[in-house]
Design a protein around this ligand. Sequence first.
Ligand code: FAD
Length: 340
Amino acid sequence: MQALKQIEIVGGGLSGLSLAIALRNRNVPVIVHEALSYPRHRVCGEFISGVSQQTLDALGIADIMEQCARHDLVSWWNGATMMGQYRLPSAAYAISRYRLDALLCDRLRAVGGVVQETNRQQFTDKEGLVWAAGRRPAKGQWLGLKMHVRGLTMSSGLEMHLGQHGYAGLARVEDGWVNLCGLFRIQSDIQGKQEELLLGYLHQCGLHVLADKIEHCEWRVGSFHATAGFQLGRQQMPTSMLGIGDSESIIPPFTGNGMSMALQAAEMGISPLEQYANHQQSWQQTLQSVHELQLRRFLRRLTFSQWMHRLILAPSLRRPLEILSTNQLLPFRFLYSVTR
Ligand SMILES: Cc1cc2nc3c(=O)[nH]c(=O)nc-3n(C[C@H](O)[C@H](O)[C@H](O)COP(=O)(O)OP(=O)(O)OC[C@H]3O[C@@H](n4cnc5c(N)ncnc54)[C@H](O)[C@@H]3O)c2cc1C
């Protein structure tokens, strides 16, 4: 019997850690290189919508996800006006990345995986290497900002606030904290440090009511985080590399589906990588099959969600959207299903 080949994963975020756990549960030797250390805050809306029990079971992380809060009601706001409340066909999970990624890292170590923290890797193609390092650096017009606050009154466990040049989502996570995360078009005239910057963007978007409420909350020390320099949609991953998660494609954040895609991509990687580790197929066949599986599964939702992203940010369409929504004429279930 030949020894199983080792799989090396660059990036210990959702896709990298969950894939590594699944492979370890199938006895495949795995090492994960992570640039930072756990626990750490990340820019993310921190609600996970559209992942199935089957995916969580295949990855071996269903029990971890049971520790999440569950929310099935989402309120959409246009500035100070609530446009409508919608019930999600299946409840979203809500948990901070601070907690979730640390739990996944602990699980991976418990099942015999190696995680090397503070170990940033060069972008390179190599047999047996999976690139799961998140958003690829690119010239982009978007800025993502996040922060945890406590003491905020919400209309439901999840809220989405549409502004003029961006949007902000609220998700009630653990210990009374609410994650506030926004995606904003970069404006060079808005300056400020950390919370000031976030408040500056909220005001600039016309989200004054939200900004005023946030100002009176308790702010979680160290939870502010920012990210910029990325593009939405399919990423320019070389065909000689096996990429999963955001390094392969980025869905607009309003969908709350990016983390589900990261988990689904990890699930799609299990069988091909297990076969590679077992000497049953070449690396070329492995990366081709994972690439094709992701393309087939994600293309429709990426296309639809990018259109919707443009529509909800178009100032001229905001009022018609509000009228449709307040009159309950938006086909919410249809829009939900095509972005998943
Ligand atoms: C503003 C905003 C809001 C969002 N809101 C939501 C939401 O509400 N719900 C949702 O489902 N999704 C949301 N997303 C998307 C979601 O965060 C991502 O889709 C998800 O984190 C992708 O997981 P990943 O494993 O691919 O990457 P990540 O989770 O980003 O993990 C990548 C890991 O790789 C590490 N890394 C990076 N470079 C290197 C290197 N060179 N060497 C070693 N390690 C490296 C990083 O430190 C990180 O730990 C949002 C995104 C943005 C920008």
